[in-house]
Design a protein around this ligand. Structure first.
Ligand code: GLU
Length: 292
């Protein structure tokens, strides 16, 4: 068994991250397996080196120890490029020149599990137009033609296990409905790969057998499963755990400064006790388990 924790260094870790990392580490340890750490640092606009150092410090403090070297996505750009090239040569990707404003302005954009679904504006551009815009240096992302990709992959489903707290709930449903997400971006204008592509490729390259993560990412799993099918990658078992929510019922997030591990440390919290509480799903007042 190989599990992993894969934070993005866009801020310090909060209680929910610590809990997720503990669950993934414990699962590997309980099965004599391996627990890896991956830093998802290819978002040039939001990733910061000081957050990488902070995350490592937070994890050590909470008693989380990983096996082997840390994998940094920023060191794996060549692998992402090769996969993009392969998908491009399969005719499944197209360049998209739309700005966020263009997409927002498109009145018909329906909502998918990950926000507005791309209306497909650039899907219909002809090859000559694409080439000339790219040659002129127009900023562009690469989107997957979801309809074609789904057709090519054929019927797919992912293996799932219930999260440790729901052991009595029976096996989780197995689903794969990537169509609902529309033509998602696989290479961003400002980053050499999107989360979906890099995460899927890295889980395969690291031999991850069990992906344990919050259930805010279960729609992403549909997309990751599709990418695995297209690129002949092994598909891990997925365990989506509930998210920690605050008194307002909203999930904890880095952006609103929800209980950061670093703050708990400064307040003198005993990390061993905190880890024990998290393992027993005993959370501080005002924090409970919720669904995305
Ligand atoms: N890097 C992602 C995040 O911090 C998580 C990736 C994953 O667990 O698949 O939200």
């Amino acid at each position: 068994m190989v599990t992993r924790f894969a934070p993005s260094p866009t801020g310090r870790l909060h209680l929910g991250h610590g809990w997720s990392a503990l669950l993934a580490m414990d699962m590997a340890r309980a099965h004599g397996g391996t627990f890896r750490l991956r830093i998802e640092d290819i978002d040039g606009t939001r990733s910061r080196p000081e957050h990488v150092a902070g995350i490592i410090e937070d994890l050590h403090w909470l008693g989380i120890e990983w096996d082997g070297d840390i994998v940094f996505q920023s060191a794996r750009l060549g692998a992402y490029d090769m996969a993009l090239e392969r998908l491009r040569s399969m005719g499944l990707l197209y360049p998209c020149f739309c700005t966020r404003a263009d997409i927002a302005a498109s009145a018909s954009a329906p909502h998918g599990p990950e926000g507005p679904v791309y209306p497909g504006t650039c899907r219909g551009l002809d090859e000559a137009e694409r080439k000339s815009r790219i040659a002129a240096g127009a900023p562009h992302a690469w989107r997957i033609d979801m309809m074609q990709a789904v057709e090519r992959a054929g019927p797919i489903g992912w293996k799932a296990l219930p999260s440790p707290l729901e052991a009595s709930a029976g096996p989780a449903s197995i689903g794969a409905a990537p169509l609902a997400a529309g033509d998602v971006v696989l290479a961003r204008k400002d980053a050499p790969a999107s989360y979906h592509l890099s995460c899927t490729l890295d889980d395969a390259a690291m031999g991850v057998t069990h992906v344990l993560r919050g259930d805010d990412l279960s729609a992403a799993t549909d997309i990751h499963r599709l990418i695995q099918a297209l690129l002949d990658l092994p598909s891990p078992t997925y365990i989506h755990h509930p998210l920690l929510v605050g008194a307002d019922g909203k999930r904890l997030a880095k952006r609103d400064g929800s209980i950061a591990l670093a703050d708990l440390r400064t307040q003198g919290t005993d990390p061993g006790r905190l880890a024990g509480d998290l393992r027993a799903a005993r959370f501080p007042i005002g924090i409970s388990l919720g669904r995305a």
